[in-house]
Design a protein around this ligand. Structure first.
Ligand code: FES
Ligand SMILES: [Fe+2]
Length: 400
């Protein structure tokens, strides 16, 4: 169901010249990109029930290897068990709540030992040792294992979820699973380390821009040289997709020209994918860049209404060909530039959203990703239908 929303177009409210559009043809309102209470609502209604990517199984190959994710004020850890199974836990000791595992990744041996009073947990989260046990004679160890979170492995990637019981990652990715299956993601290994880049924008501006096909020919000259005008865009269920095929005309830019020239054959990809770049955005904040030469994930994590961390890392199939090594480096160079161009754009948008002159804007026919994202946000948080900020306390009151 769509609701009619009045767009601010300079005409006085109620004037017959004011334009009225279906909400589906309008962007989300600017206030929700800069409001602390709206972010609180998003934490509860958007993020807590969402799947968040932590790492790939190849990042934690041995029992006792772990990766952590800082998210919504929590630290979550994923630990590979003695049985080879990865498990997800809150990284919090059951005794006095000390943080257990340090850093973004590491190896904890055959057990997790708390640095505060040395309570000891097995790799599957059971509490197996308490020094000064007699002091806790009343306590049943079995009731004090680590608090678990939902975990799902999708095509080699480990996702966790803090709560909720929505669809699985596999169910959400289903419309495109046959495409991702071609890339042998399960066999990939990390190329480098996770990078964290902070952006002075609301997290939604990162995702909106990621699946915005209209800006590419205007604002990304490199991508336009490489892909011409031919970017496709599509939205199915929980996933938005964009794609472009490399043109054969050599680019005027050296890195791009060398990438075009040296991109080697990837035997297991079908012909139409050997020179295709595609991008998939999984609700609400995860993006996959799928290249013939590598695969990146990018996750935008809100720190505040106007600050976001972009967490990103690339994975590759082992391939010792010199051309492959070269194009992976060139890909990084090309996309580093794109990322700086996007940084400037999203900061420009964030700044404009603070203007009193702006509430919502119209969406074009092809802006299917922005429309689908808008529908989901409005369904979960109906206040997103309001053009201006409601009085303080709207979310806190509704949650008492
Ligand atoms: S807080 Fe962990 S053992 Fe005391
Ligand atoms: Fe962009």
């Amino acid at each position: 169901m769509t609701t009619q929303v009045r767009m601010y177009d300079g005409a006085p409210a109620g004037s017959p010249t004011a334009e009225t559009l279906d909400e589906d043809r309008l962007s989300l309102p600017a206030w929700i990109y800069q409001d602390a209470e709206f972010l609180e609502a998003e934490r509860e209604l958007v993020f807590r029930p969402s799947w968040q990517i932590v790492c790939h199984l190849s990042d934690i190959p041995r029992a006792g290897d772990y990766h952590t994710l800082d998210f919504l004020g929590e630290t979550i850890c994923v630990i590979r068990g003695q049985d080879g199974v990865p498990r997800g836990f809150f990284n919090v000791c059951r005794h006095r709540a000390a943080r257990l595992l340090d850093g973004s990744s590491g190896h904890c041996g055959s057990r997790v030992v708390c640095p505060y009073h040395a309570w000891t947990y097995s790799l599957n989260g059971d509490l197996i040792g308490v020094p000064e046990r007699q002091e806790f004679s009343h306590m049943d160890l079995r009731r004090h294992g680590l608090a678990a979170v939902d975990l799902e492995v999708y095509r080699g990637f480990v996702f966790i979820r803090l709560g909720g019981n929505g669809p699985t990652v596999a169910e959400m990715m289903a419309p495109y699973d046959n495409e991702l299956a071609l890339y042998r993601l399960e066999d990939m290994v990390p190329l480098g380390r996770v990078t964290l880049r902070e952006r002075a924008v609301n997290w939604k501006n990162v995702g909106d821009n990621y699946s915005d096909a209209l800006h590419i020919r205007v604002a990304h000259p490199g991508l336009t040289r490489l892909f011409g005008q031919g970017y496709g865009v599509q939205s199915r269920g929980w996933v938005d997709k964009m794609w472009g095929a490399l043109v054969e005309t050599p680019s005027a830019n050296l890195s791009e020209r060398l990438y075009q020239k040296y991109l080697p054959d990837v035997e297991h990809l079908p012909p139409e994918r050997k020179r295709l770049w595609s991008y998939y955005k999984l609700w609400p904040n995860i993006a996959f860049d799928v290249y013939p030469d590598q695969f990146d994930f990018m996750q935008s994590i809100p720190l505040s209404p106007t600050r976001t961390i972009i967490r990103e890392i690339a994975y590759v199939l082992p391939d010792s060909r010199r051309e492959m090594r070269a194009v992976r480096y060139l890909n990084w160079r090309i996309n580093r530039k794109v990322s700086l161009e996007d940084k400037a754009l999203i900061e420009r948008v964030q700044h404009g959203m603070a203007s009193r002159s702006y509430t919502v804007g119209p969406l074009g026919d092809s802006e299917v990703s922005l429309k689908s994202f808008g529908r989901r946000v409005r369904d979960l948080i109906p206040e997103a239908r309001l053009n201006t900020r409601p009085g303080a306390g709207w979310f806190r009151r509704s949650n008492i």
